[in-house]
Design a protein around this ligand. Structure first.
Ligand code: ZN
Length: 200
């Protein structure tokens, strides 16, 4: 990813809770060009209505970024199905995606992931892979000419790996539409899913 500093900020609340804040200025060229997530000014202060335990804030932020990346990638990917989500926050990312996507979540044995991919596409590979942790693995799992989405900070593949597989790596540009979609039930479900993973 080009940078790891986004315009998603956190504000400490009582009882070890944090509120997610949109810091984008909404005035600069980057914001007006549809990429407020990478606003370099970051003097905004807009409550997003998303509150979470502080201990889960980083994971939820990564999940939000990955889900926003899916929104960005879907219209640009010729044949995105099946969608594969990998990494520690995959369950949360899946909860944040559009209802119609029906992703395969790679928190099951690898042989099972392969079987499910093969069921849905003759190539046995995904058309769109989302990696919360490791984009190198994601590049290997995607079909030639397809799309990979990663959270800022995820391990990057080499240029050779990207070129050889003709893969496009997509970064999210905005979380505006996503926030509208996840506020409430899906947000609470994602917190519950991450709690469960921590306990497991
Ligand atoms: Zn800006």
């Amino acid at each position: 990813m080009p940078a790891t500093t986004t315009s998603i900020g956190l504000r400490a609340l009582q009882d070890r809770q944090v509120a997610f804040i949109d810091l984008s200025c909404r005035r600069c060229d980057t914001c007006r060009d549809g990429g407020p997530l990478w606003c370099p000014v970051r003097d905004g202060d807009r409550e997003l209505g998303l509150v979470a335990p502080a201990a889960l804030a980083e994971q939820l932020r990564d999940a939000l970024l990955c889900a926003a990346g899916i929104d960005e990638a879907l219209p640009r990917t010729f044949d995105p199905a099946p969608v594969l989500i990998t990494g520690a926050t995959a369950r949360a990312v899946a909860l944040f995606t559009h209802a119609g996507v029906e992703p395969i979540i790679a928190d099951i044995p690898e042989s099972e992931v392969r079987a499910r991919l093969a069921e849905r596409h003759e190539s046995g590979r995904a058309g769109l892979v989302i990696a919360t942790d490791d984009l190198r693995q994601a590049v290997k799992a995607v079909r030639r000419g397809s799309t990979v989405v990663g959270a800022p900070g995820a391990a990057l593949p080499s240029v050779t790996e990207v070129v050889q597989r003709e893969v496009a790596i997509v970064v999210p540009r905005s979380i505006d539409a996503l926030v509208e979609r996840v506020t409430g039930v899906r947000w609470d479900a994602a917190i519950a899913a991450l709690h469960t993973e921590d306990a497991a």
